[in-house]
Design a binder for this molecule. Structure first.
Ligand code: SF4
Ligand code: SF4
Length: 359
C-alpha cells in the first residue's frame, strides 16, 4: 500500500491506519484478531485514546509481541498536567510499551479547553515534559472545531492534527488541510466513512416513488478521503476481520477521484439527508450523568427518520436501551460535548415519543 510521511515527522505511514473506537464494543478475542490482521496486512499506524475504554488494553495484548511493526498513537482528554501525566502512564501500561510515537491532546474544540491545556500546569506542559523524557516522540492534537485546529496548526507546536473529514463533512478541505500541508503538519483523518451511518440512510424517492436504501459504498467514502492529496492517513474502524481486509483492499488499489467524480459524489451524499445534521456515532456526548445510552439512541432515532421500514425493529431496540429517556434531567452536558452541536435533548424526546410504544 502507498505510504506517506506524516508531516515532517519520521513516520512513514500507510494511507489507512487502524482506528479503535469500534473495538470497544467487541470481545477481546475479536478485537485482538482485528489488530493482528491489520498488522499482517502491513498497516502500520494504530490510533487509540485514554477515553476509548478498554481499547488500549486490547491493543496492548498485540503490542507485547509486535510493537516494532507499527507507529502507535494515543490521546489524553485531560486538561491539567498532573492528570495528563497520569493518563500517559496508564496508556503506556495498558499498551505494554515504554513509548508512544504520537501523543495527542484530545478534542481541543472549545476555547475553555484551549485555555486550560495551555495554562500554567496545563496538559501541554505535561506532554512537552514527556517528550523530553522520551515517553512520546511527537505531539499532536485532535479536534472538531476547524478554525481552532487551524490556529493550533499555526502554533508550530504540533507535528500532527487529527480532524473529522468525509464527503459529508467537507469544511476541513477548504482551508485546514491545505494549511497543515503548507506548515508541514501531518494530517490524520477520523470518520472517513461518516461513522458508518452513511450506509444506513435512505435516498428519498423521486416523483412519488418509494425511498431506496443508501447506495453509498464504503469503497467510495474511503476513496473520496484518500483522493485529497493533503490527507496522509485515514483511520478506519473495522468491527470485523473481514471489514479490515475490505478496507485494505479498497485503499490498496484505489484510484483518486477527479473533480467531476468528487462533485457528483458530494451531491449524491447531500441528497441522502437534505435537512438533518448527522449524528456520527462518536460517543463524545457520553457519559450521561443519568446513564442514558445517548449515542445508541441518537443513531436509532436517525435511522428511524431515514429507514421508516425499520419501525418494529427500532421499537424493540428502544425498549432494550436503559435507562429510558425519561431519566434525563435536562442538564445539557451532552449538547456541550457534541462536536456536531446537535440538539440531542430534542431528538431524544422525539425518539421517545415515536418509539416508546408496545411492539
Ligand atoms: S441532558 Fe439528559 S441526556 Fe443529556 S447528559 Fe444531561 S441527563 Fe443525559
Ligand atoms: S450526539 Fe453528537 S457527540 Fe453524541 S454520538 Fe452523535 S455526534 Fe457524537
Amino acid at each position: 500500500m502507498e505510504k506517506r510521511r506524516l508531516g515532517q515527522t519520521d513516520m512513514v505511514v500507510t494511507r489507512i491506519g487502524l482506528g479503535t473506537i469500534p473495538i470497544i464494543k467487541e470481545s477481546k478475542w475479536r478485537a485482538v484478531r482485528i489488530i493482528h490482521k491489520a498488522l499482517d496486512l502491513g498497516i502500520n499506524f494504530i490510533d487509540t485514546a485514554r477515553a476509548y475504554e478498554d481499547s488500549e488494553e486490547k491493543i496492548g495484548e498485540v503490542m507485547k509481541t509486535r510493537r516494532s511493526e507499527c507507529f502507535l498513537a494515543s490521546k489524553s482528554h485531560f486538561r491539567t498536567a498532573s492528570e495528563t501525566t497520569e493518563a500517559l502512564e496508564t496508556s503506556l501500561r495498558n499498551l505494554q510499551t515504554d513509548y508512544l510515537d504520537l501523543y495527542m491532546l484530545h478534542d481541543i474544540s472549545a476555547q475553555d479547553r484551549w485555555d486550560l491545556v495551555f495554562a500554567p500546569n496545563g496538559a501541554f506542559e505535561a506532554v512537552k515534559k514527556a517528550q523530553q523524557q522520551g515517553k512520546i516522540r511527537y505531539i499532536g492534537v485532535s479536534g472538531h472545531n476547524v478554525p481552532m485546529l487551524m490556529d493550533l496548526a499555526r502554533m508550530g507546536e504540533f507535528s500532527v492534527i487529527l480532524t473529522c473529514y468525509n464527503f459529508m463533512t467537507l469544511e476541513p478541505e477548504y482551508e485546514l488541510i491545505p494549511l497543515a500541508q503548507s506548515k508541514g503538519v501531518g494530517v490524520l483523518v477520523m470518520k472517513p466513512n461518516v461513522g458508518g451511518v452513511a450506509f444506513r440512510l435512505i435516498r428519498p424517492g423521486k416523483d412519488g416513488q418509494e425511498p431506496q436504501p443508501s447506495d453509498i459504498k464504503p469503497r467510495d467514502t474511503l476513496r473520496f478521503v484518500l483522493s485529497n492529496p493533503g490527507v496522509d492517513c485515514a483511520l478506519v474502524g473495522p468491527k470485523r476481520v473481514g471489514e479490515m481486509v475490505e478496507n485494505y483492499r479498497f485503499a490498496n488499489r484505489f484510484e483518486p477521484m477527479d473533480e467531476t467524480e468528487r462533485q457528483k459524489f458530494i451531491e449524491s451524499g447531500q441528497s441522502l439527508f437534505p435537512k438533518m445534521p448527522l449524528c456520527q456515532d462518536c460517543g463524545y456526548c457520553e457519559p450521561c450523568p443519568a446513564g442514558i445510552p445517548i449515542a445508541k439512541l441518537m443513531v436509532l432515532y436517525q435511522n428511524l427518520c431515514r429507514l421508516f421500514f425499520e419501525w418494529p425493529r427500532s421499537r424493540k431496540e428502544y425498549h432494550k436501551l436503559q435507562p429510558d429517556v425519561a431519566a434525563c434531567t435536562d442538564c445539557g452536558a451532552c449538547e456541550e460535548r457534541c462536536p456536531q452541536k446537535l440538539n440531542i435533548r430534542e431528538r431524544l424526546r422525539n425518539a421517545k415519543k415515536r418509539l416508546d410504544h408496545p411492539v
